[in-house]
Design a protein. Structure first.
Length: 95
């Protein structure tokens, strides 16, 4: 766990609810599965009642799905050679 959003746990503990700002600050960690079950529940409760935040999450999920369907671009050979040399990986460079 990277700890993203861990400072916001006090919001849920003290109030039991998250506002839109809290949800948006925690959204990446939520999507990445880095939050506690308590925070996830609080976010899901907020999403059920807040159409705007739900739309943001839905858009993020759709964007990620499209990104994951893309093929990674090929690195041009000359860029790969320069990169390997900068990283002192000359053994991997074929001349």
């Amino acid at each position: 766990m990277s700890g993203r959003g861990s400072g916001r746990k006090d919001v849920v503990t003290m109030t039991g609810r998250l506002d839109c700002k809290d949800v948006l600050n925690l959204l990446s960690a939520y999507v990445d599965g880095e939050l506690s079950p308590e925070l996830c529940r609080a976010i899901e409760e907020h999403m059920a009642a807040c159409h705007n935040c739900y739309v943001v999450l839905d858009s993020m999920n759709k964007t990620l799905a499209l990104y994951h369907r893309l093929e990674p671009p090929e690195m041009p050979a000359e860029v790969q050679v320069r990169l390997f040399r900068v990283l002192n990986l000359d053994d991997f460079v074929s001349d």
